[in-house]
Design a binder for this molecule. Structure first.
Ligand code: SF4
Ligand code: SF4
Length: 331
């Protein structure tokens, strides 16, 4: 096997060193079962992951988070439901752990209280798609709430209907001074016209690459990530249940064991139940397009990328992208 130093020049070695020491240990928390939207294709509601009794006592949340910290978690990814419906719980995490909050952006997180909390706003396309899938044009509100915010980006879930049309969405985001990360819809509720065909994915990969070239200050991404997420292939292997790194540790009974996120768990809002993985508990893994799971898949497989300089550089770029998205390194 080749070594890192034999494959990289000085600049790339410095980039490698910057991320090699991060040692990210993430877990995901459903902050609440409630949401102020009901998007078609929302994995949380479509898989029944909200059907637990939500813990309402803030002291129990605080004790739970303290234990998570003791367990070695150093990145709390807050999802839901809509976390901003429970600011006290966000605060409990924020005071104890580096935290990231996924939100639909309709409610503004007060920056006086959470000056550097990383915020990812979900966006499901342009106004027309958002109205079909989410019942309203959320961008119109979220962009007013967060314009120019240095710790916020859009998590743009691209649908098959968006292929060939993503530039206006990226431009809108650039125009309000925010960043964007791209991922793909998995269509968990089988909405007509929103499932992927191979040719669309091919076209989309090209389009994502073009957007990265054209808007490098706005799009937080890498071409290798585009390749892996649109093809579902990495180093000749196929993404799916056997390979997925984002499975809750206590539920992971795969044999042989696969490379995975260390101590990763996805907790329900009752603080007792764990869900299978970072996304829908009922999703068919062979159709899963989850962006974070694909990124993590690359990241936990560093050894495979010690094959050539280009492979290792690809791996570094994906790791850097992840570290930027969760505020471990600057944009
Ligand atoms: S905003 Fe998020 S949690 Fe709420 S319904 Fe939509 S996808 Fe689900
Ligand atoms: S649905 Fe996706 S993230 Fe969940 S276990 Fe399957 S492949 Fe992994």
């Amino acid at each position: 096997m080749k070594t890192v130093s034999s494959l990289l020049d000085k600049d790339w070695q410095a980039r490698y060193k910057r991320i090699a020491t991060l040692n990210i240990r993430s877990s995901i928390y459903d902050v609440t079962n409630r949401c102020n939207l009901r998007c078609k294709g929302c994995f949380f509601f479509s898989s029944g992951e909200h059907e637990v009794t939500e813990e309402m006592d803030i002291r129990k949340w605080e004790n739970f988070i303290d234990k998570e910290k003791e367990r070695g978690v150093n990145l709390a990814i807050l999802i839901g439901g809509e976390p901003t419906l429970c600011m006290d719980r966000i605060e409990a995490f924020y005071k104890r752990l580096p935290s990231y909050c996924a939100t639909n952006g309709l409610i503004k997180i007060p920056r006086e209280k959470f000056p550097d909390l990383m915020v990812g706003i979900s966006l499901w396309g342009g106004s027309a798609d958002e109205k079909v899938l989410r019942g309203r044009d959320t961008f119109a509100i979220s962009s007013k709430n967060y314009a120019g915010d240095p710790c916020t980006y859009y998590l743009y879930t691209i649908t098959p209907r968006q292929v060939g049309k993503i530039e206006p969405v990226i431009k809108r985001i650039a125009d309000v001074g925010l960043k964007v990360h791209l991922q793909l819809l998995s269509n968990d509720e089988g909405v007509d016209g929103f499932s992927w065909h191979k040719s669309e994915l091919k076209d989309l990969r090209r389009e994502m690459d073009e957007m990265l070239d054209k808007y490098p200050q706005t799009v937080i991404s890498s071409k290798y990530y585009h390749e892996v997420i649109t093809t579902g292939k990495m180093m000749g292997r196929s993404f799916g249940w056997k390979e997925c790194p984002s499975v809750t540790e206590s539920l992971d009974n795969r044999k042989p064991p696969t490379r995975r996120l260390i101590h990763f768990s996805r907790w329900a809002a009752d603080l007792q139940t764990v869900h299978r993985c970072c996304t829908s508990a009922t999703r068919d893994c062979s159709t899963c397009k989850d962006g974070a799971a694909h990124m993590s898949w690359i990241m936990v497989n560093k050894r495979e990328h010690l094959r050539s300089t280009k492979d290792l550089q690809n791996w570094i770029e994906v790791y850097e992208m992840f570290a930027k998205l969760y505020r471990f390194i600057p944009w």
